[in-house]
Structures are given as structure tokens and as C-alpha cells.
Design a protein around this ligand. Structure first.
Ligand SMILES: [Zn+2]
Length: 199
């Protein structure tokens, strides 16, 4: 079934999804060739202040324990938080490496090993620092008929993008992650070059 306002999205089946963080339902969505997962806790339709986390896939951080970024820890904190709430939504978007793909992400790491920061590395590879587009997120939130959300994020641009896409963001829930010696420079770049609010 296509989502209202976006004919390119196919809704895939939904299943029960027990996790060590709590019981969710898992939905699959397709956006062109990209696949997204959405975890939903409780009943979210027509609800206000639904806590929402938008996570972009980062295999190296989420699954391999990479300390080059803070994705894995952010994902775990978000799931822990959402698991304790009555209702909530976690988007797991197939935007590997901020939309540049896995191969290019490793190329960017190679440049970073030579002292280039993450934004500059993406530029040198011919990409914008952030290729993600949150239209799909807005469409899916509308699909679930969520009245308003509280966004778990340190990135004010995400709030602006969602508001522009017609979503009511009532509040920001900050996500606090302690830096480690490997990602300190990465987190600093996020703060200085990408307007992230840390904490
Ligand atoms: Zn990452």
C-alpha cells in the first residue's frame, strides 16, 4: 500500500519484534532501492508527544563496535529510552555513511586517517556532508497518524527538516554520549561544522 503523498514507498509486512530493550513492532519500508526499518512501541496513532529517534544505518558503529563514531552508543541509548516509554518510534534508515554508502565511508575514513575531518573528507570525495533527506520520515509519521513528536536528537537541522516537511515537533530530547579518545575529533567536528548541540 503506498503512503499518502508518496507513491514510491511500498509498505512491507509488520511483525512482532521482541528485543532486550522491550517489545516493539517492526515495519519495513522501501524508498526506491533503499530499505528502512521502523520500530514502533505501543499505540502511537493520534498521540501527541510521541518520542521519536531517527537513526541512520551505520554498520560499522551499530554492529561492529566501531569507536570512529558514536552511532552504536546513540542507537543503544535510544532503544533503552524508547523501551521504557509507553509509546515511541525508532527509524532505522538505510542511509549508510550519511547517504554516501559503505565503500565511500571507508574511503572517507582513509582520508580521516591522514588528518582530514569528516565533513572535509566527504567534500573531497564529491559528496555533501549530509546527503540524507527526511521526507520519507515525515511520510511514515503521517502513515502512523502521529499527532506530534518529541525528537530525540542533538541535531537542530533534523528538527527544521521535519518541521518543513509538515511534522509538529513539540520538544527536543537531548542524547548524551560520552566521547572516547577515537571519536573526540569526530564529535568536535559535528559540533563545530554541523551545528550539533552536545548534551
Ligand atoms: Zn557511525
Amino acid at each position: 500500500m503506498p503512503l499518502p503523498g508518496n507513491d514510491n514507498i511500498l509498505k512491507l509486512p509488520v511483525a512482532n519484534f521482541p528485543t532486550r530493550f522491550g517489545h516493539f513492532k517492526i515495519y519495513g519500508f522501501k524508498e526506491g532501492s533503499m530499505e528502512h526499518m521502523v520500530l514502533v512501541k505501543g499505540d502511537v496513532s493520534d498521540k501527541e508527544h510521541v518520542p521519536v529517534r531517527i537513526h541512520s544505518q551505520c554498520i560499522t558503529g551499530d554492529a561492529l563496535g566501531s569507536l570512529r563514531c558514536d552511532c552504536g552508543i546513540q542507537l543503544e541509548h535510544s532503544l533503552e529510552y524508547l523501551g521504557k516509554q509507553e509509546s515511541g518510534v525508532l527509524f532505522y534508515l538505510g542511509h549508510e555513511g550519511r547517504g554516501i554508502g559503505l565503500f565511500n565511508k571507508i574511503k572517507a575514513y582513509e582520508l580521516q586517517d591522514k588528518g582530514v575531518d569528516t565533513v572535509e573528507a566527504n567534500k573531497q570525495l564529491g559528496f555533501d556532508s549530509d546527503m540524507r533527506d527526511y521526507t520519507i520520515v515525515a511520510d511514515i509519521l503521517r502513515y502512523f497518524r502521529i499527532a506530534s513528536i518529541d525528537l530525540i536528537t542533538n541535531n537542530p537541522l533534523k528538527i527544521d527538516d521535519l518541521k518543513k516537511a509538515g511534522i509538529t515537533v513539540s520538544q527536543r530530547i537531548p542524547l548524551v554520549v560520552q566521547p572516547n579518545e577515537h571519536n573526540e575529533f569526530y564529535l568536535h567536528t559535528k559540533k563545530v561544522k554541523m551545528n550539533h548541540i552536545m548534551g
